[in-house]
Design a protein around this ligand. Structure first.
Ligand code: SAM
Ligand code: SF4
Length: 331
């Protein structure tokens, strides 16, 4: 009998796909992109039909959760048509989006109606000037309005994501936690990853560990470990006496690799088996050479999974090892 589930050589079952729908973005966050970022020509980006074909192949192989990301996914034209189709797939337990929030004031109700269950919204600072320095765009008010619109639209979960940098926003950790608590949101703090070569700062000088962030929070709030496991680099803690969970995303500690349950597909259709490795399979080439051949696509995914590495090796003090930017891979 043919193998119909995605299991890698280390026995890890893949149930979670992160699908990037564009490498473009209306922000230029300093840790993610350069100001003069060159984006892929449109012909190199998967069409909405191809994106659906990829998602369909993964769903057929047992994937239960899909997160749509980018770049900024909400700048992709006609994204709703893709979401509407995915929202109708009963096999999916979860359809989620990671967004910078800039388009949410307008789009939140449509996303909810399309069947998106959970939203992650990036927010690194509550201070206008700092926000503008992080994103190179003066759009804090727009993002805050987007967060309110998302709350009103009734998503099952909304989580904020903040990259923490020493000397830049590490003193805002408690403010961000309180912002989340006051609105019944979860929040994750992210250690910066060495993805892509950047010129705006030296990553090792601004590196702020999850342990430090947690200690700052524990100066004011009691945190207890949550039982929630994601199969990813996040660990969650409950703020005692509130609904808010605080997550810490620490890609630098590789102990989460052992229960990794995910793969990524870039906007250009490359299957990335591990965020910390360069090896990738060109799904676009395969789909364009054999349009509509879903059997071949599934077989390629099953084969590719045999190449999933056991773990990554991120080190801040070594040269950039992964030349892809996060916006290309999808965060
Ligand atoms: N544009 C959307 C957003 O900002 O939420 C989705 C894509 S973005 C690449 C996804 C997440 O990756 C964001 O929360 C962002 O802060 C994070 N990110 C980008 N570059 C990063 C890096 N070098 N290290 C850690 N996180 C990064
Ligand atoms: Fe755009 Fe998100 Fe990257 Fe910021 S982190 S530049 S919002 S893709």
């Amino acid at each position: 009998m043919h193998n119909t589930q995605l299991v890698d050589p280390f026995g890890r079952r893949i149930t979670y796909l992160r699908l990037s729908v564009t490498d473009r973005c209306d922000f230029r966050c300093t840790y993610c992109m350069s100001e003069d970022m060159v984006f892929a020509p449109r012909a190199q980006i998967l069409s909405l039909e191809e994106l659906y074909a990829v998602a369909d192949a993964f769903i057929g192989l047992g994937v239960k959760r899909i997160r749509i990301t980018g770049g900024e996914p909400l700048v992709r034209k006609n994204l709703l048509s893709l979401l509407n189709r995915l929202g109708e797939r009963p096999e999916l337990d979860d359809l989620a989006i990671t967004s910078n929030g800039s388009q949410l004031a307008e789009m939140a109700p449509q996303l909810r109606a399309a069947g998106v269950k959970r939203l992650n919204i990036s927010l690194d600072s509550l201070q206008r000037e700092r926000f503008a320095a992080f994103t190179r765009r003066d759009k804090l008010d727009q993002v805050l309005a987007g967060i309110e619109a998302a709350r009103a639209a009734g998503f099952a979960k909304i989580k904020l994501n903040a990259v923490v940098q020493k000397g830049r926003n590490d003193d805002e950790v408690l403010d961000l936690v309180e912002f989340a608590m006051a609105r019944g949101l979860d929040i994750s703090f992210i250690e910066e990853m060495p993805l892509g070569s950047i010129s705006s700062h030296q990553r090792e000088q601004t590196f702020c560990s999850s342990d430090e962030v947690r200690q700052r929070i524990e100066q004011r709030y009691e945190l207890v470990r949550s039982s929630k496991l994601t199969g990813g680099p996040s660990r969650y803690w409950q703020v005692v006496g509130s609904d808010t969970q605080v997550g810490f995303i620490s890609p630098h500690s590789h102990n989460f690799c052992g229960d990794c349950n995910r793969v990524r597909v870039t906007a250009e259709g490359k299957l990335v088996l591990c965020l910390g490795h360069e090896n990738a399979l060109d799904l676009k080439g395969l789909m364009r050479a054999h349009p509509g051949d879903s059997q071949r696509l599934r077989a390629a995914l099953l084969d590719a999974l045999q190449l999933k590495p056991e773990r990554h090796h991120f080190e801040t003090d070594e040269q950039v090892q992964v030349v892809r930017f996060m916006s290309m891979t999808g965060g």
